[in-house]
Design a protein around this ligand. Structure first.
Ligand SMILES: CC(C)(COP(=O)(O)OP(=O)(O)OC[C@H]1O[C@@H](n2cnc3c(N)ncnc32)[C@H](O)[C@@H]1OP(=O)(O)O)[C@@H](O)C(=O)NCCC(=O)NCCS
Length: 192
């Protein structure tokens, strides 16, 4: 098993794993071209995109930020042209999605906490510990450039999500708060 920074060549597989493991999630509903643009933006600083590779193929990924302050603005600027094209398409196909994206983007900055943030993690189903290996490496990468000693934060669903909740607890994350996200969706914020 190898854990490494993602490259452009990994994006198609990352998108496939995202769609497979987050099939009912909002971002998946925006389609593959949008997800491709979204994850491509994570290839540039201050974002982080890490993959786990085993038996010659990518089996999972972790994406996040080193610092939540203005992170989504920076992400947008990382891939401005592609986001503009995708934004226009979303505007025509699913206008309410733009409001939701703006709400989600503001979410991590509203609570006055400063943190690095794990924004997305997914693996194919496995019994090899891919997820823990990814999260360990994500934490190591954040620690490399963390002069402010920021904690790592993440949000995850409160309901019907036992596997992920237990996974984060096993990895040393503690519940910071329970809050309601877009349209009343109940969420945990975990911190480590
Ligand atoms: C949450 C998620 C990222 C966790 O990753 P994961 O690879 O499944 O989790 P783990 O690292 O714990 O490893 C998986 C299994 O391998 C087992 N394992 C760990 N190390 C092992 C080893 N060295 N040898 C054999 N088995 C091992 C673990 O016990 C675990 O078994 P379990 O599924 O019966 O609990 C993954 O399940 C996932 O993608 N879920 C769907 C998307 C999702 O919910 N993401 C989080 C949203 S916030």
């Amino acid at each position: 098993m190898t854990i490494r920074k993602a490259t452009k060549r990994d994006i198609a597989t990352i998108v496939d794993i995202h769609i497979q493991r987050f099939s009912t999630f909002f971002l998946s509903s925006l389609g593959k071209p949008f997800l491709k643009t979204f994850y491509t933006a994570f290839l540039k600083y201050p974002a982080l995109l890490i993959v786990v590779e085993d038996e010659g193929t990518v089996k999972g990924f972790a994406a996040g930020s080193r610092d939540n302050r203005s992170f989504f603005k920076k992400l947008l600027m990382n891939n401005f042209l592609c986001f503009t094209v995708q934004g226009i398409q979303v505007l025509f196909n699913n206008p309410s999605a733009l409001r939701r994206m703006a709400s989600n983007a503001g979410k991590s900055e509203k609570n006055n906490l400063i943190f690095a943030e794990l924004l997305s993690i997914a693996t194919i189903r496995n019994k090899k510990g891919y997820g823990k290996a990814l999260l360990n490496e994500f934490e190591r990468e954040v620690a490399k450039e963390n002069s402010l000693n920021l904690p790592i934060s993440l949000t995850t669903d409160y309901d019907d999500n036992e596997k992920a909740i237990q996974f984060y607890k096993d990895c040393g994350y503690r519940i910071h708060e329970v809050f309601h996200s877009y349209q009343g969706r109940k969420m945990y914020r975990f911190i480590k």
